[in-house]
Design a protein around this ligand. Sequence first.
Ligand SMILES: *Cc1c(COP(=O)(O)O)cnc(C)c1O
Length: 417
Amino acid sequence: MGEFVSHLESALDGTRFEKDQLLTMHRDRPLWVRYDLEAAQGAIRVDRWAQRPPTMWRYEELLPVPPGVEKVSLGEGITPLLACPQLGEQLGLKHLWVKDESHLPTGSFKSRGQAMALTMARHFGVRRVAVPTAGNAGGAMAAYAARAGMEAWIFMPEDTPQVNVAEAALAGARVFLVRGLITDCGRIVRQGMEAMGWFDVSTLKEPYRLEGKKTMGLELAEQFHWELPDVILYPTGGGTGLIGMWKAFEELRTLGLLRREQLPRMVAVQATGCAPIVQAWEQGQRFAQPVQNAHTVASGIRVPAAVGDFMMLDVLRESRGCAVAVPDEEILHWTTKATAAEGISFCPEAGACVAALKRLVEQGWIAPQEKVVVFNTAGAQKYCHLFPVEKLPRLDPGQEIDWDRLVATSWPGQQRC
Ligand SMILES: *Cc1c(COP(=O)(O)O)cnc(C)c1O
């Protein structure tokens, strides 16, 4: 195992597990990978991290990959941290950044988790992986499975965006469209596990995707020179990003690598049509209730039930953060507005974060001079189906153009979506 991994541990009740084995969950709840941070402390030098190639793998002392094990990688580069003064001004903030995860292979941050999960699964001898997914996880899983030489089985609701269906199929996965919801897809994967010999790489159903997502937090800390921002907004579905980043911050703090002990306030952003975590947060519950008829244009956060619900709620509590739900109209409005303001290719999930940010600034929960980071978890290109291109004005090549009319019928995207 990773040089400094000590053991694995149930997130629910702390039960310990030996590290050198293929593990999934305990009592249907996720496992943490634990490190001997004292031993790691002696080995880690941040200046040495900085000298390594700029990829998510540079933090190897805090990753589970055993020395000498070949990584399943498509080149997961450190993603840009972009200052956003224009969008910041529109929202009333002086210090706003976007961490732009759309630069990753397969166009979303899902790559981080799949690269790590499949590296570890292959190490433990897995040959066939399966996943229920409504979006980017399927495309990423298919690509990394191809890279790993594994067989990929993917079950998607019939209404999954065509881009996600196509990218999975193009990468050679066996793709099935299920006339039902993501939960129905999950049931098929569970039922077929024994007969088909599948290993389930669903969110938090194996322990290593989380370690891949953790690198978002490690990168962010390095990009901020080990002094973390005040607030982080994250579009929350299954929760790996939120939980993984918080795990990164706590490990860095324990290692004494942060120049400021105070960790960021974490904000979980969901869509009104599917907000189980927001609901549980507002009601002070330990676990979330599954959402019926979940719906939102932000398909990445259309997750009606999550096995890591209590872990997300712990992060919100421990970080003195909060959970916010925003309606689809606001999501679409801010997706186009933010993309037009900065030229960053915002996905609707990140648009939801901007909408939530606007509210939190207006409510005074975030002060104008605080340092704020929004995660752009994927690129807008994956969501072409949301933009009504068919409504754009048409011109004929020979047509005489009335320039006033041209101006009148022109259609700046940020005004209508
Ligand atoms: C999967 C996904 C999310 C939610 O991710 P979690 O970390 O599992 O909560 C957010 N945005 C996009 C674009 C996604 O694909």
